[in-house]
Design a protein around this ligand. Sequence first.
Ligand SMILES: [Zn+2]
Length: 430
Amino acid sequence: MSGQILIQNAKVLTMTDQVQQVIDADILIEGQYIKKIGTITDLDKDVEIINGKNCLALPGLINCHTHAAMTLLRGYADDMELMPWLEQKIWPQEEKMKGEHIYWGSMLAVLEMIKSGTTTFADMYSFMDEVAKAVELSGIRAVLSRGLIGFKDQNYAALKESKDFVKKWHKSCNGRITCTLAPHAPYTCPPDYLQKVLEAAQELEVGIHIHLAETKQEFNDILEQYGKTPTRHVYDLGLFQVPVLAAHCVYLTEEDIELMAEGSVGVAHNPTSNMKLASGMAPIPSLLKAGVNVGIGTDGTASNNNLNMIEEMHIASLLHKVSKLDPTSVPAYQALEMGTVLGARVLNLDNEIGTLEPGKKADIIFIDLNQPHLCPAYDLVANLIYSAQGSDVKTSIIDGKIIMKDRQVLTIDEEKVMFEARRYAFSMLD
Ligand SMILES: [Zn+2]
């Protein structure tokens, strides 16, 4: 059978263990799947061999929350208060975006993500057919959803469009694309609207992606309006009956954390965005202790301003040390679990990705270890979280296909993508 790839001589971090363990092993990929890890003997004649010498092979990184096409707004407006930033800068520019802006913005995002080790991302935006086309063409994996602003969607046209998008793209591209429904937030989607979305999610058998308890203002407004915390509010509406991907979750009470642990809720932690917009610090150690699955997201580049998951894991680890005044909080391996195996659980893809083991889809990245800032190597995981850069990712395999080799992305014309992204970004300045 053709379509075999053999990775030889790499250090392998499978992420299947509770404690970190790096092994010397070969990895055999057949078709989309990892076939074997260990000593490999049974090979096809036309097997493609990758020399993993001086590399660390690990599961591809999972970006649990972003708005890919916001790359076009990278650096457009910074260092502002949240509401003037949104109302005067971000929302007026987003109003100007058409399908082509979204396509090239998404291509730029996907290119940046592949080059910094991300193999799966969860996206919420508009013109989602364009995002899906970028995913289809590039070979990356994604969980896609159209953002829904309930109070603007009086006739449910956007919800209908969202349902059509799910019907068209869910489980498409050999399973690389899955879909969710995405009511933007409790403060933009009234209760009756959230219930409509829940019914649609149940009918389509997909999950829900929502911003939840991001700011102090949201927490106070929902409390004043409904007499409940944002988490209790959506719980009482029945949202947690379906798998929920809740982004941010900065303002949670102890009871909120219990409700999350009880339902099928996964949290996307976005430390850089929460710091840059001065939203606050999510209680990640408490969520993890309660058994809630927590993954890591970059959020959009307008509030980050990049899509570098290695940097995001680094910041997540540091943030919870300083927030708890405890250097043992969120150790390196736990940060890496959030970026891989826990992220897969948050996206309901843990049967397919998140670890390296036979039977899983082959989403594997290779870190080039032969670099000054990764030398010496007492602890490869500590080096990865505290010293590595996104640009240390040398090769990336997604769904059993080599997507980047020796830093060259094989599926995307990089110069063309940057040219078009610049062109469409500047076209919005008129
Ligand atoms: Zn967001």
